[in-house]
Design a binder for this molecule. Structure first.
Ligand SMILES: *Cc1c(COP(=O)(O)O)cnc(C)c1O
Length: 494
C-alpha cells in the first residue's frame, strides 16, 4: 500500500510508458527546423514516467484522500456544500450536449440554446429580475460583470460615480470586485444586531455612490429586515443595489432580490443549484438585472426570435463579452436539470429545510459556544470560539480537531466582524442523524478544551498529514519537486 502514498515523481522509472502507439508512417520532422530556437527546451521536460495502471492508482489514491460532499459532512458556511444529484451528471453526459461545438451553426444546436434560454428565464423568475446572462464563470466574476454594468449605466446617464458601499460582514470578493472594476470601496459598519446600520449607511450615501453590494440573508445568516428602507436610501441618491446571491439557498421561492429592491443579482450555481463545487471550478455565476440595465448585458445574448433561438451580439451599449463562448455550458446544464427536477415547490422546500436544519444545529450548539447573534437564523449561523480562546484553544485548533472525526470544518474566521468565528451551514440535504452526530462531536470538542486541551491543540491525529506549519507553508511554499526536497519531505510535512 505504501507505494500509493508516494509522489508520482517517486514512482517514475525512466522509459516506462502508459500508452503505446503504432509506429508513425509519416516522415519524422525535427522541431528545430519548425520552431524558433528560443521556444525549444534545452532539456526534455521532467515528466513522470509511469504505466497506465500506476497512473490510475495514483489518482484514485489521491481522490480518496480528498474530502468531498460525497464522502462526508461539509458544513462550510457561505459555500452551501450540498449534495449534487447524480441525475445532473447523467444529463450533462448526453451526447447531444457533450459532443457539440460552440462554433456550430446555431440552427444545428437549437436544443442547447433552448436550455440556455430557458435557464435564463427560470433564473429571472427565481431572482425577480427581468433578464439574465449566463456567461460569468463564478460569483466573483458575476460581481465584476455586475459592477461593469453599474459603471456603464451611470456613464450612459452622463454621471461619474466612484464609490461602492459594502458592509463589514461582506465576503472579500465584494470589495475585490469593486476595486478591479475601478471603484473605491467604502465599508459600512454593522449594528449590534449584526445588520446594516441604516444611520451609518445614510451618512455615506451621496451623489458619488455608484452602488451598494449586499447579501441577504447576510453572512451571519441574518435577514436584513430593513432592506426595503435600505434600497430606498440608495435609490434616492441615484445609486444601484447589487445582490450577492451566495446565500440564495435561504430564500428560494420565499422572496426574491427583485422584491427586496435590488437591481442586479448574481447566483452561484455551484452553491445553490447543485453543480460541482470546489477545487477552483468550473463554476457559474449568472447575473440577472432589472429592465433599465438590460442594454448593458454581455454579448452574445441568447434570444428567441419567432420560435428560433439566436445569438445576438448587436447591442451597442453592451459591456462586451466576459467569458469565452456562452458560459460553462456543462455546469449550466446541471443547474437546469436541478431546477427542472425540483420544480417550484421543491425549491421552496429546499430553503425551508435549509433554514430548519441551521436552526436545529444552532440550538444544539449554543450552550457550548459563545453565540454573538443568538436569534432565529436563515440557512447558516455563526458561533464564536472566544470562550475556548480564554482557555488557550483557538477556533483553528477546534477546526483541526474536527478532521479527526471525518468532518470538514465549518468556515472559520469569516465574517471578519466576529471574533474567533465559526460559520456553520448544514444545508437541507443532510439527515437528522448526521446533524446530531456532528453536534455530539462539537460538544465533545468543547469539553476536551476544558478537560484535555492538548488533544485539540495537537490535532489532527488521524489524517495522512498532521498539523502543518501554516506560516512556513505560506512563506516558503514548495511548488516544484526536486530530489533533495523528496528526501526532506518528512520534515517539511511534519
Ligand atoms: C462564495 C461567495 C462569493 C464568491 O463566489 P465564487 O463563486 O466563489 O466566486 C461571494 N460572496 C459570498 C457571500 C460567498 O459566499
Amino acid at each position: 500500500m505504501v507505494e500509493y502514498n508516494d509522489l508520482i515523481f517517486e514512482i517514475s522509472r525512466e522509459g516506462r510508458v502508459g500508452s503505446s502507439l503504432p509506429e508513425s508512417d509519416v516522415d519524422h520532422v525535427d522541431l528545430n527546423d519548425k520552431l524558433p530556437k528560443h521556444l525549444i527546451r534545452d532539456l526534455p521536460a521532467e515528466l513522470p514516467e509511469v504505466s497506465e495502471l500506476q497512473l490510475v492508482r495514483h489518482y484514485t489514491a489521491l481522490s480518496n484522500k480528498n474530502h468531498g460532499i460525497d464522502n462526508g459532512f461539509y458544513p462550510l458556511g457561505s459555500c452551501t456544500m450540498k449534495y449534487n444529484p447524480k441525475i445532473n451528471e447523467d444529463v450533462a453526459r448526453l451526447e447531444g450536449f457533450s459532443r457539440i461545438h460552440p462554433y456550430q451553426p446555431t440552427e444545428t444546436v437549437q436544443g442547447a440554446l433552448e436550455v440556455l434560454y430557458e435557464l435564463q428565464e427560470e433564473l429571472a423568475v427565481i431572482t425577480g429580475m427581468d433578464a439574465v446572462t449566463l456567461q460569468p464563470s463564478a460569483g466573483a466574476q458575476g460581481e465584476w460583470t455586475g459592477l461593469m454594468m453599474v459603471k456603464a449605466y451611470h456613464k450612459q446617464k452622463g454621471e461619474v460615480r466612484t464609490k461602492v458601499l459594502v458592509p463589514d460582514s461582506a465576503h472579500g470578493t465584494n470589495p475585490a470586485s469593486a476595486t478591479v472594476a475601478g471603484f473605491d470601496t467604502i465599508t459600512i459598519p454593522s449594528n449590534e444586531h449584526g445588520l446594516v446600520d441604516l444611520e451609518e449607511l445614510k451618512k455615506h450615501v451621496d451623489e458619488n455612490t455608484a452602488a451598494l453590494m449586499l447579501t441577504n440573508p447576510n453572512t451571519l445568516g441574518l435577514f436584513e429586515k430593513e432592506i426595503v428602507e435600505i434600497a430606498k436610501v440608495v435609490h434616492e441618491a441615484g445609486g444601484l443595489l447589487y445582490y450577492d446571491g451566495a446565500n440564495a439557498n435561504a430564500i428560494l421561492g420565499k422572496t426574491t432580490p427583485g422584491q427586496m429592491g435590488f437591481d442586479i443579482v448574481h447566483l452561484n450555481l455551484h452553491k445553490t443549484f447543485t453543480t460541482p463545487h470546489g477545487g477552483g471550478g468550473p463554476g457559474a455565476g449568472p447575473v440577472g438585472v432589472k429592465e433599465k440595465l438590460i442594454p448593458f448585458l454581455p454579448v452574445p445574448r441568447v434570444e428567441k426570435v419567432n420560435e428560433v433561438y439566436v445569438l445576438d451580439s448587436n447591442q451597442p451599449l453592451s459591456i462586451g463579452r466576459v467569458k469565452g463562448y456562452y458560459g460553462n455550458f456543462g455546469i449550466l446544464l446541471r443547474a437546469y436539470t436541478y431546477i427542472r427536477t425540483m420544480g417550484a415547490e421543491g425549491l421552496r422546500q429546499v430553503s425551508e429545510s435549509a433554514v430548519l436544519h441551521a436552526n436545529y444545529l444552532r440550538k444544539k450548539l449554543e450552550p457550548y459556544f459563545e453565540a454573538p447573534y443568538s436569534q432565529i437564523c436563515k440557512h447558516e449561523f455563526v458561533l464564536s470560539g472566544s470562550r475556548q480562546k480564554k482557555l488557550g484553544v483557538r477556533t483553528l485548533d477546534m477546526a483541526k480537531r474536527l478532521l479527526d472525526f471525518g468532518y470538514h470544518p465549518p468556515t472559520i474566521y469569516f465574517p471578519l466582524n466576529v471574533e474567533e468565528c465559526l460559520m456553520i451551514e448544514p444545508t437541507e440535504t443532510e439527515t437528522k442523524e448526521t446533524l446530531d452526530a456532528f453536534a455530539d462531536v462539537m460538544i465533545q470538542i468543547a469539553k476536551e478544551v476544558e478537560e484535555n486541551p492538548g488533544v485539540v491543540l495537537d490535532a489532527p491525529h488521524t489524517t495522512v498529514i498532521g498539523r502543518l506549519d501554516e506560516v512556513q507553508a505560506a512563506r516558503q511554499p514548495i511548488l516544484r519537486y526536486t530530489k533533495e526536497k523528496a528526501v526532506n519531505k518528512e520534515t517539511v510535512m511534519s
